[in-house]
Write a protein that binds this ligand. Structure first.
Ligand SMILES: Nc1ncnc2c1ncn2[C@@H]1O[C@H](COP(=O)(O)OP(=O)(O)OP(=O)(O)O)[C@@H](O)[C@H]1O
Ligand SMILES: [Mg+2]
Length: 229
């Protein structure tokens, strides 16, 4: 089995005013290509930090992160950005849409970075998929939290990532919209073989994945294969 992600002895330590804070302590796991994984754990346990390291958004203090066979630890900022654009989709817990761009333009950014053609049509199709075709001209401040989350989802899908990281993708959604978003994610896994790594507090969502990794205090306290009848 091929592994799209290999995490070896990864730690993250923040230093604040001479104080050392170990947020992730010697984390180890590998994720098989094409599978779905839930990362769970209490608030402050290091989930978002871990996701950022796995996606090459941030650098570990020690250990190695290897994505699609590429060792991220020794790459420059620009090199990591290139790897992200090529392989990674990311749905942020706080959306991180660009405030000066419309919904449509936000979705177009990764496509532009890749130099694709027919960018506008592609981006509109993606917005339509998340039920926001009629909000394409809205700026982020003119969108509700759940709508911003869905724009963020459309943007993450746009470069057809090999691996998609989603940080509480249903955290701000009502039950019906949440079901739709979950379906979109799992369809992407089924149809495009996209590996999904989802941080969630929603145990129903976690139960739909192939595997659950539980963090507590910056260490992995459980790593369970989930069997689906
Ligand atoms: N830049 C930083 N400097 C110092 N400490 C940080 C920094 N970023 C995060 N932390 C600390 O790291 C710990 C883990 O944060 P993280 O955001 O990864 O938690 P989380 O598991 O995603 O929590 P939540 O469920 O609330 O989103 C927290 O205690 C946080 O205060
Ligand atoms: Mg978090």
């Amino acid at each position: 089995m091929e592994h799209i992600l290999n995490i070896r002895n990864v730690s993250k330590i923040y230093e604040n005013a001479g104080h050392k804070l170990t947020v992730l302590d010697q984390i180890n796991f590998s994720i098989q290509t094409g599978t779905t994984v839930a990362i769970t754990g209490p608030s402050g346990s290091g989930k978002t930090t871990l996701l950022g390291l796995c996606a090459g958004l941030d650098r570990s203090s020690s250990g190695t992160v290897s994505l699609n066979g590429i060792d991220l630890d020794h790459l420059t900022e620009d090199e990591r950005a290139a790897v992200r654009n090529r392989y990674v989709g990311f749905i942020f817990q706080n959306f991180q849409l660009l405030p000066t761009l419309t919904a449509l333009e936000n979705v177009m950014v990764p496509l532009e970075l890749r130099g694709e053609r027919n960018i506008k049509k592609h981006a509109l199709d993606l917005l339509d998929k998340v039920g926001l075709a009629d909000r394409s001209g809205h700026y982020p401040v003119q969108l509700s939290g759940g709508e911003q989350q869905r724009v963020s989802l459309a943007r993450a899908f746009s470069n057809q990532p090999a691996i998609l990281f989603a940080d509480e993708p249903t955290g701000n959604l009502d039950a019906e919209t949440s079901d739709k978003v979950i379906k979109l994610l799992f369809d992407l896994n089924k149809e495009a073989g996209t590996t999904l790594v989802i941080v969630t507090h929603d145990l129903d969502l976690a139960a739909k994945t192939n595997r659950m990794i539980k963090l507590k205090g910056g260490v992995v306290v459980a790593d369970l294969e989930l069997n689906h009848a």
